[in-house]
Design a protein around this ligand. Structure first.
Ligand code: CDP
Length: 806
């Protein structure tokens, strides 16, 4: 080795590649107020839009009078469905194959629905004018309960679909029915249930909630009539898909549309869908010839943009007397609100809910999901989880606890007995998935040892005795959850959004001096992509992560991709990054061979260079190779060093984890004090441990919120009861407990660097963990289940119902 050459380990560390706890490069900007969000965009002559929204959950719109509003100084236009109809834009397609009103067309179906769009010189004039648009409503009977919506005499919600017995996902059996989606073997499952030693049954409701990102949704549309170009800045989690949909809907050629997602202040699924505000802003910009900005306020966001969950999951789980699970049956009544605007891959109307066999080797299973219209806001997004996976995970992790109670078994013992064993991977689940890799027993055991599970159970039993003796009013709950996620949608063969295959992409350019830019089809909303994608590349191409710019979100420059949600960035775009890096390296090898006057095969890669096998003192670094690619005529090779990869993953990835929480539950106040949280995640190869830890902390906090109080609740008239942050629970530092994180590493066998996603795992595992902890406290008193969220009042009611208040 050349005396001047630092050892491989030092050179490797200098790259800040895979495994490095590199600080987030984005934070310098964010922490100094230098972010560039949609609301920071200010264009010359820009107008502002705001919506007139329905106060009714179900009403006929008899007339809309804009005269008074139009007289407000500064008001430029008021758009209604009548104005959009000639353009065919008063309705728009949803991601789920349904259609949705852009502006109320004859009736409204939920409180907060968009009725008219006021465009004004400033935001204040628009806000004043929306109050002055006179809408004549005739209220109609309201249905907020999906079971009542399916009764024979329930009011017809979607009059536009009346008489249609076929929907986008098969037959409709009732005027408020959307689809029935079935997976698995129903007859065989029912046969197993009929013969089983033990069957545990439960109705498990995963309440309606909302992703509630810090920054609400919004956009700026700017139609330049001179060059025919529409530029659309927005809080989009999938900018390319927005461009294609905008082109299809508006008829503007796709090359004339530029969609830019600037910095995004959290998405969590909320910013995947297409909202009326985008369409109205585009139309208003075309009509006025001026840029139009629309940004929601918090109430708009909570009440009308995509909700999450709202699944009524009826379950039956069969087992032998000694706790071997023999079958799982599940029927879901899914409340989709007024329009089916779920954001799922097209062929999966209930997302990946059929991952509901969880981490267990269950020989036979069946799941059926009925989608139902009600008078609630549309949506159904993957709020920090892959499509409907949190619902599935909550269902199975509750059912296993319910079964454990019925069998009188410890919940961990029951889990250990039924886990898919390490040697069974790749594992074929009864509901059709192929789990790529896992080692569940090792992960669970590590978690049990870390928290001293046996010691905790002993302490819990002692507390119970003290409670019975009247020495304390506090019970102890130990919540265990073992989840399997399914992320990385996905293989183009079965995953698409509106016909667009769910591949992703990376394009790399190496500059002459040996630094680089990588552009991707994904878009970070706070996950730190600029930090971690550079790390993947650093390890692949031997250029320090500090010398690599990562750019996302501009459809004029980034390669086509399907965006960021469902933890797909690492499994899909991360893989594309590694593959594009490998193409760079393959070309670099040819250049190095030419420069060193050896055959390609005589070279080997060493961290940041190619060296001659057996003569490591003869080498060319990536920096030297990069320069040579621009200044040497190399026979048979084009100049420059660039590559692009469009990656179609062969399978999803299946991250998993073992989570344990300990709570003290005060039976008199219902206050649940989270004493300890231990979260072990296995996301395969870890790119940046510090970012992973941050992702887990954030996801656990959202999970805590959902389990303990966060909900979108309606009264019987369809009024949203939780439309502000006074009522909608968002934990602050005060409510957030300390988290202990841990990991095992089971690489994905099909991902180029073995990585699986992680961002959503803590929500998938966390909700079950917190809920199981609360309910575990009451198990000794015969409780099997109670619905979330477990706020103080509801926990108090559980205790009261069990007669614990004397
Ligand atoms: O799609 P999204 O970015 O929401 O989720 P993700 O793929 O789970 O990635 C979230 C963040 O964690 C990204 O910055 C990833 O690069 C990082 N990550 C990691 O460092 N190691 C992994 N094995 C998975 C994700």
């Amino acid at each position: 080795m050349n005396e001047m050459t630092p050892p491989s380990a030092d050179r490797s560390a200098a790259l800040k590649g895979l495994g490095c706890a590199r600080k987030r490069v984005e934070d310098a900007r964010f922490t100094q107020g230098k972010g560039n969000y949609v609301d920071d965009i200010k264009l010359k002559d820009m107008l502002f839009g705001d919506f007139v929204r329905s106060p009714y959950a179900h009403a006929r719109v008899k007339s809309v009078n804009k005269e008074v509003a139009l007289a407000v100084p500064g008001v430029v236009a008021v758009l209604t469905a009548e104005d959009l109809a000639p353009l065919g834009l008063h309705w728009m397609p949803t991601l789920a194959g349904d259609k949705q009103m852009v502006l109320a067309d004859g009736k409204v179906l939920y409180q907060g629905q968009e009725v008219a769009f006021v465009v004004a010189e400033d935001r204040y004039a628009a806000a004043d004018a929306i109050e002055l648009v006179e809408v004549d409503y005739e209220d109609l009977p309201v249905v907020t309960d999906p079971f009542k919506a399916l009764e024979p005499d329930a009011p017809v919600l979607r009059e536009d679909l009346e008489g249609k017995t076929e929907g986008a996902h098969g037959p409709r059996r009732h005027h408020n029915h959307i689809f029935l989606w079935e997976q698995g073997d129903k007859a065989a499952t029912e046969a197993v249930l009929g013969e089983a030693d033990v069957v545990a049954e439960e109705m498990i409701y995963y309440h309606r909630t909302h992703p509630c990102p810090l920054e609400t949704c919004g956009c700026v549309a700017s139609m330049d009539k001179i060059n025919g170009k529409l530029t659309l800045w927005g809080t989009f989690q999938a900018p390319h898909a927005v461009r294609t949909v905008a082109s299809l809907i508006s008829g503007i050629a796709e090359h004339n549309i530029r969609v830019i997602s600037p910095d995004i202040g959290g998405g969590f699924g909320n910013k995947v869908g297409v909202y009326p505000g985008y369409i109205c802003s585009i139309v208003a910009s075309i009509v006025t010839g001026r840029p139009v900005k629309w940004v929601e306020d918090r109430m708009d966001n909570l009440m009308t943009t995509a909700f999450a969950r709202d699944y009524w999951m009826e379950g039956k789980i069969a087992a032998t007397k000694d706790g071997k699970i023999t079958g799982l049956w599940c029927h879901v009544t899914a409340d989709h609100g007024g329009f089916d605007a779920c954001a799922d891959p097209t062929k999966f109307p209930a997302g990946f809910f059929n991952i509901c066999t969880g981490s267990y080797d269950i020989p036979v299973a069946y799941v059926g999901v009925d989608g139902v219209y009600t008078n609630k806001a549309p949506g159904g997004v993957a709020y920090r989880c892959s499509f409907r996976v949190t619902e599935a995970s909550y269902f199975i992790e509750r059912m296993v606890d319910v079964l454990a109670t019925k069998l009188g078994m410890d919940p961990v013992e029951l889990r250990m007995k039924n886990f898919i064993r390490a040697e069974q991977f790749p594992y074929q689940s009864a509901l059709g998935w192929e789990y790529d890799s896992g080692d569940y027993h090792t992960a669970m055991q590590k978690a049990l040892d870390a928290v001293d599970y046996a010691g905790l159970r002993k302490e819990q039993a002692e507390r119970l005795e003290a409670f019975k003796r009247g020495e304390t009013r506090s019970l102890m709950g130990i919540g265990v959850a073992f989840f399997t996620e399914i992320v990385g949608a996905g293989p183009v063969k079965n995953c698409d959004i509106l016909g667009l295959g769910m591949f992703d992409s990376c394009e790399i350019r190496i500059h002459p001096t040996g630094s680089a830019i990588a552009r991707l089809g994904t878009i970070s909303q706070g996950q730190g992509h600029a930090t971690t994608f550079a790390q993947i590349l650093a390890s692949e191409i031997g250029i320090s992560a500090d010398d690599i710019t990562v750019e996302e979100g501009d459809t004029d420059t980034a390669p086509y991709g399907l965006g960021t949600y469902g933890s797909r960035s690492t499994p899909v775009a991360g893989a594309a990054t590694a593959m594009a890096g490998r193409k760079i390296r393959a070309k670099a090898q040819m250049i190095a061979a030419y420069l060193l006057e050896v055959h390609d095969d005589d070279l080997e890669w060493d961290v940041d260079r190619f060296q001659v096998k057996g003569a490591p003192e003869r080498f060319k670094t990536m920096k030297e190779i990069a320069f040579a690619s621009y200044n040497q005529a190399i026979p048979g090779l084009e100049p420059g060093l660039e590559a692009v990869s469009y990656y179609d993953p062969p399978n999803m990835t299946y991250p998993f984890g073992a989570y344990i929480a300990v709570m003290d539950v005060d039976v008199d106040t219902g206050v649940c004090d989270v004493r300890q949280v231990y979260a072990l995640d296995d996301c395969g190869t870890r790119i940046n441990p510090m970012i992973i830890e941050g992702q887990v902390h954030g996801g656990l906090t959202e999970a805590l919120a959902i389990a303990m109080g966060q909900e979108i609740a309606y009264d019987e008239d369809g009024n949203v009861k939780t439309g502000t942050l006074m009522d909608f629970f968002l934990p602050t530092a005060w409510e957030t407990p300390h988290y202990t994180t841990d990991h095992t590493t089971t690489p994905s066998p099909h991902h180029p660097i073995g990585a699986k996603g992680v961002g959503e795992s803590p929500n998938v595992g966390g909700v079950s963990m917190f809920s199981n902890a609360v309910l575990d406290a009451f198990r000794p008193f015969g409780l099997t289940h109670a619905h979330m969220p477990h706020d103080h009042w509801r926990v108090w009611k559980i205790a009261n119902g069990l007669g614990l208040h004397g």
